[in-house]
Design a protein around this ligand. Structure first.
Ligand SMILES: [Zn+2]
Ligand SMILES: [Zn+2]
Length: 363
């Protein structure tokens, strides 16, 4: 299938270029500015989809807009969606060579919108270098490994949910009051002291809230605790409608948290937030027995992609990962400690101590 937006110079398929923030031809280097006009030409818009009807009857998949192949990593289980069957030698997420073809599900939901890469590979290399520099005791080998062939730009799958919430709450609101008590101290003298009491009153109230673009990750390739550290992704303002040009030349991870599961996680997240909002409405100094009844309406969702730069590497027998937000540049990662460096540091310390002690004795 030919891309909808071909290179004006040579007719090849254009790719999104993070550095130029434009579409670029990988063959002749021609740059095509991305504008509202381009978007209109492609006839795409960011749309919310009704959740209830999608859960009842999944809409026919729109597809990727061109041929795609899926491979699954036998080590970390991540599924990568690639433009070419032969593209992947190693897993982009963990570096493992154990990848096998994966049968794509024909009714899988494909992304409707995405956040294109904003940080280029050159910029992220600089940032990762600085990040390493601020970390002592990381093995030197790692520094070189991370900055050469193991850096990959990957689009991660996310679900975003909107909903109107109506909540009613009941609670017991506690109000502090103080009384003065007299007592005898250990010497038998009469003393007074202030004692705090709580007067409980029943309270109730209600609130409405609109949840906008609540995110639930659909990835298995990136560790959740690392992902949380590089969030947020500015999806409410900066999403672009999906077109194949944006992801061409980049690896896309196929979601493994499906819509039903993600909707369930989202409901739990919203419940927690609503409970906090209701709790803040309870008057008084303290509270107990908060009960919240809520109803959600107009729930919609989008399946989107967000950009990350990944360094996945194996050191010893363990797999480590560094993740950088491809939009904001925020970095999070794990790295092994170099026992050689640590031992040397300890030995230096001991030597210094021995020197000092020796000097003291000598004087
Ligand atoms: Zn060209
Ligand atoms: Zn893997």
């Amino acid at each position: 299938m030919v891309g909808k937006h071909a290179c004006p110079e040579c007719g090849a398929n254009l790719e999104w270029n993070a550095k130029a923030q434009s579409l670029k031809c990988p063959y002749c280097g021609a740059v095509v500015e991305w504008s509202e006009e381009t978007r209109a030409q492609l006839g795409q818009e960011v749309v919310e989809q009704d959740l209830e009807s999608a859960l009842r009857q999944p809409a026919a998949a729109k597809g990727w807009g061109e041929e795609r192949y899926e491979v699954q990593c036998q080590n970390c289980r991540a599924i990568s969606v690639l433009a070419s069957k032969t593209a992947a030698q190693r897993c982009d997420f963990c570096g493992s060579p154990a990848i096998v073809a994966h049968e794509s599900e024909h009714n899988a939901i494909t992304p409707q919108s995405l956040l294109p890469f904003k940080i280029s590979d050159g910029q992220i290399r600089d940032r990762i270098r600085q990040w390493y520099g601020s970390r002592w005791f990381a093995p030197n080998k790692l520094k070189t490994a991370a900055l050469t062939d193991t850096l990959h730009g990957v689009y991660l799958p996310y679900w975003t949910f909107d909903a109107h919430a109506d909540a009613q709450w009941h609670a017991e609101a506690g109000f502090y009051y103080y009384t003065t008590e007299t007592y005898r101290d250990s010497n038998g003298n009469t003393q007074t002291r202030e004692v705090r009491h709580v007067r409980w009153e029943s309270a109730s109230g209600q609130l409405q809230h609109f949840f906008d673009d609540e995110l639930v990750p659909g990835t298995v390739g990136v560790q959740p605790q690392l992902l949380r550290q590089v969030e947020p992704f500015p999806t409410t303002t900066d999403l672009k409608p999906y077109t194949p040009e944006f992801v061409r030349g980049w690896t896309v991870e196929r979601y493994q948290v499906d819509l039903a599961k993600a909707a369930q996680i989202n409901e739990g997240d919203m419940d927690d937030q609503l409970r906090n909002m209701c709790s803040r409405q309870v008057p008084g100094d303290t509270q107990r027995n908060l009960q919240v009844q809520r109803a959600y309406s107009g729930r919609t969702f989008k399946h989107i992609l967000v950009p990350v730069w990944l360094v996945g590497y194996t050191y010893g027998r363990t797999t480590y990962q560094i993740v950088a937000n491809g939009y904001t540049g925020q970095i999070a990662g794990e790295r092994p400690y170099s026992w050689v460096k640590i031992t040397l540091a300890v030995l230096c310390g001991l030597l210094l101590l021995a020197l000092v002690l020796g000097l003291m004795q000598g004087s």
